[in-house]
Design a protein around this ligand. Structure first.
Ligand code: SAH
Length: 243
């Protein structure tokens, strides 16, 4: 697992978040992948309020309790909503630019930390991984390391709430047959690279995982997976707990 932090010269999303926070407008946050055409992340969406959030995310925030970790917190939208609900939340991100914005926006406990840093050892009752939060796992081969880390961070009885999408719709033909190569890599393993203005990020792996596959790896690693809610387009919210 990568355990490093980003530097501002290679952090396009952080640059976009900082720009939008300062100027209330932003340029295109461009997303490239060897598997897709160029795409873009609407920067204002990273600043969504509770009311603007998809229902899956609202559910996760409502269910979050005790000491909460918002993992890969970005601009801090979920952390701020949780604080407004009177909940106790810590937000972490590998982007120093984003963490600075979180602190300026009033996130009380925002730290620049990589989830997989072996020195990051605290205890939480709820861990949130939202906005295709499974992405931080990177690849299926990292599932074991991920669940090992989760065991270290969770209090007894604690829960992880994670959302993801099943990318199967990208490979499904109109008649329902699959166009993917079953001998190849898992279809949810995506490589991305982002760019904001002149700031280019390094390529990174991002994992989209269907619920069945997540449940399988969870079980293999001592966790139960429960499907909490399904979204409108192959997306879902899962709850993971130690068996
Ligand atoms: N949760 C936010 C941001 C999602 S983008 C939202 O819903 O708006 C994913 C975020 O995860 C980015 O800010 C990225 O910097 C952060 N991230 C990626 N890998 C990480 C890791 N290993 N540890 C902590 N944060 C990570």
């Amino acid at each position: 697992m990568k355990t490093s932090l980003l530097t501002p010269d290679k952090d396009p999303m952080g640059a976009a978040i900082a720009d939008y926070y300062k100027n209330n407008r932003a340029s295109k946050l461009r997303v490239f992948s060897s598997q897709f055409d160029e795409d873009e992340i609407p920067v204002p969406q990273l600043f969504r309020t509770f009311e603007e959030m998809p229902s899956l995310e609202q559910t996760a925030l409502n269910l979050a309790q005790g000491r909460i970790l918002d993992c890969g917190a970005g601009s801090g939208c979920h952390a701020l909503a949780l604080q407004q609900m009177g909940k106790d939340v810590q937000a972490i991100d590998i982007s120093p630019l984003s963490v600075e914005v979180m602190q300026q926006r009033g996130v009380k406990h925002a730290y620049c930390v990589n989830l997989f840093d072996e020195n990051y050892l605290q205890k939480f009752d709820t861990i949130l991984m939202l906005m295709n939060g499974s992405g931080i796992i990177g690849k299926l081969e990292n599932m074991r390391d991920f669940f090992t880390k989760m065991k270290q961070l969770l209090n007894p009885g604690g829960s992880i709430y994670m959302d993801s999408s099943d990318l199967r719709y990208l490979f499904e033909d109109e008649d329902g047959s699959f166009l993917m190569d079953l001998a190849g890599d898992y279809y949810g393993e995506i490589d991305y690279r982002m760019q904001y203005k002149q700031v280019k990020g390094e390529p990174f792996d991002w994992l989209y995982v269907d619920f069945q596959t997540l449940a399988y790896y969870a079980s293999e690693n001592g966790f139960n997976a429960r499907l909490v809610q399904e979204g409108e387009h192959y997306d879902y919210l899962a709850c993971l707990r130690i068996k």
